[in-house]
Design a binder for this molecule. Structure first.
Ligand code: NAG
Ligand code: NAG
Ligand code: NAG
Length: 402
C-alpha cells in the first residue's frame, strides 16, 4: 500500500503537524485484524469504519445510471478495500483502525446525478479523484466537515452553476481541480486566501476580472485558460505568479496593454496569453524571462516592433505572434523565423509573406492606439549581454498595486 501510506503521511503532516517519519504509521498488513459483524446485511467487516461506509457506497451505486466499464460490478460484499476505485489505509486518529482513505474514479465514465450523500459523508476520506465521469449536481456544504480531505478533483464532469461555495469551508484542502466543467459566475475571493497549492479552473465559463482572481493568490500551480476572464493583466502579476513555471491565460477576454512587470516572472517556462484582446507593444522586459521556452501571444491586438531582445533569448523554442498587428522584425527575429521558432504570419510586416491585407492594417492603425506607462516598454530589468539593462528588482520598480 505504498500510495495510501504516502497519502496519510501528507494528511498527518498537514492536519496534525506530527512527525511521522520515524515509523508512526503501521501498515495494514502488520495489524491484528478485528472482525466486526454488520447486523443488517449479515456481512463481516474488518473494521467498524468500513461497515459505516458500506451502506453509503451501496446507495450511491443505486444512483449510478450508466457504468459502461462495469466498475460497480466489483462493489459487492464486505471487502470494500478491494472495490475498484476504493483504497483503504489507517486513519490519522487511530493507527490500528482500517478505513476508506481514498477514492480514485478517474476515467470510470460513471453517470450519477449527484455526489451528495456520498462524498460528503465519508468521514476519513483524504483524496477524491473523479476525473472524466458524468457527475453533476451541487457539492454539499457537508464536504467542509470532512477533516482530512485535501485533494478534490472533479474535473471533466458536468458540474454547472456558480462556484461551489461549500469548498470554501474545507480547511485541509490543498489541491482543487474543477477543470472542464460548466461552472460560471466568479470565483469567490476567499478561495485565494486559503492554503491551496494547486488550483485548476481552466475550461469553465468563469466571468471575472483577472485582477480579482490574482488578488491574494500564493498558489503554486494555477490554470485559468479557456474561461471568460477579462480586464488587463495586472501589474502585480509577478508578485503572485513568479513561482509558476507555466502561466496559462489563453482563450480568455483579457484586454489592455501588457505590463512590463511580466518580465519579472523568473520561473516562467511557458507564458501563454494567446487568443485574448491584449493590445500595445511587447515589453522589452520579456527578454528577461531566462527560462522561457514558449511564449504565445498569437490572436491578440498587439502592434509595434518585435523586440530583438526577446528574439535573442537563448532558451526560446516557440515564439508565436501570429494574428496581431506587428509592423517590424529585426535581423535576430528574422533568424528565428528561418529556424521556425518565430511565427509572425497574419501581421502587418511589409515584405513578409502571409501578412494581413493592407486595408486591414490601415483600418487598425486608423484608430489612435495608446498605452499608459509607455516609457516602461523599453525597461530591461535584468542585465543582458549586447543589450545592457540593469539589475532593477521588482521592489525597486513595481509601482503601486494595480
Ligand atoms: C460486471 O462485473 C461483475 C463482477 O466482476 C460480473 O460478475 C458481471 O458479470 C459483470 N457484468 C457485465 C455486464 O459484464
Ligand atoms: C482503534 O481502532 C480499532 C479497530 O477499529 C478499535 O478496536 C479501537 O478501539 C480503536 N481505538 C480507539 C482509541 O478508538
Ligand atoms: C508554437 O506554439 C503555438 C501556440 O501555442 C502552437 O500552435 C504551435 O503549434 C507551436 N509550434 C511549434 C513548432 O511547436
Amino acid at each position: 500500500m505504498p500510495m495510501i501510506f504516502f497519502i496519510f503521511k501528507i494528511v498527518v503532516v498537514v492536519a496534525f503537524g506530527v512527525d511521522i517519519v520515524h515509523g508512526g504509521i503501521t501498515s495494514i498488513i502488520g495489524n491484528p485484524v478485528k472482525v466486526i459483524k454488520d447486523e443488517l446485511d449479515g456481512l463481516t467487516f474488518i473494521d467498524l469504519r468500513l461497515s459505516v461506509v458500506y451502506p453509503l457506497i451501496q446507495s450511491f451505486k443505486n444512483t449510478i445510471s450508466s457504468d459502461p466499464l462495469n466498475i460497480t460490478g466489483s462493489w459487492v460484499g464486505s471487502d470494500i478495500c478491494s472495490y475498484r476505485g476504493f483504497y483503504c489505509d489507517n486513519p490519522p486518529d487511530n493507527k490500528t483502525a482500517i478505513t476508506l482513505a481514498s477514492i480514485d474514479f478517474n476515467g470510470f465514465q460513471l453517470t450519477a446525478p449527484s455526489l451528495d450523500g456520498f462524498l460528503d459523508q465519508l468521514p476519513d476520506l483524504a483524496l477524491f479523484h473523479a476525473n472524466s465521469n458524468f457527475f453533476s449536481g451541487s457539492i454539499s456544504p457537508n464536504i467542509a466537515k470532512l477533516p482530512y480531505l485535501y485533494e478534490l478533483d472533479i474535473s471533466n464532469n458536468l458540474f454547472s452553476g456558480s462556484f461551489p461555495n461549500s469548498i470554501l469551508g474545507m480547511n485541509s484542502l490543498s489541491f482543487l481541480d474543477i477543470r472542464f466543467n460548466l461552472f460560471t459566475g466568479s470565483i469567490p475571493p476567499q478561495l485565494f486566501t486559503k492554503d491551496l497549492d494547486i488550483l485548476f479552473v481552466n475550461n469553465n465559463n468563469f466571468i471575472q476580472k483577472l485582477a480579482e482572481v490574482l488578488g491574494n493568490s500564493h498558489i503554486l500551480y494555477l490554470t485559468l485558460a479557456n474561461n471568460k476572464f477579462y480586464g488587463p493583466i495586472p501589474r502585480t502579476i509577478a508578485r503572485y505568479l513568479s513561482g509558476l513555471s507555466e502561466v496559462l491565460l489563453l482563450n480568455n477576454m483579457l484586454s489592455g496593454c501588457l505590463p512590463y512587470e511580466i518580465g519579472f516572472l523568473k520561473e516562467t517556462v511557458v507564458f501563454d496569453a494567446g487568443n485574448n484582446l491584449l493590445t500595445g507593444p511587447l515589453p522589452f522586459s520579456l527578454g528577461c524571462l531566462k527560462k522561457a521556452e514558449v511564449l504565445n501571444f498569437a490572436g491578440n491586438l498587439l502592434y509595434g516592433m518585435v523586440p530583438e531582445v526577446v528574439c535573442a533569448m537563448s532558451s526560446l523554442a516557440n515564439l508565436s505572434l501570429s494574428d496581431n498587428y506587428f509592423i517590424q522584425v529585426g535581423p535576430i527575429c528574422r533568424g528565428l523565423m528561418k529556424k521556425g521558432v518565430l511565427d509572425v504570419r497574419k501581421n502587418c510586416i511589409p515584405g513578409l509573406p502571409s501578412q494581413r491585407p493592407v486595408w486591414e492594417c490601415a483600418a487598425f492603425f486608423a484608430k489612435p492606439r495608446y498605452c499608459s506607462y509607455m516609457q516602461t516598454y523599453h525597461y530591461l530589468p535584468c542585465w543582458l549581454p549586447h543589450f545592457g539593462g540593469s539589475q532593477m528588482s521588482l521592489t525597486e520598480l513595481a509601482p503601486s498595486p494595480f
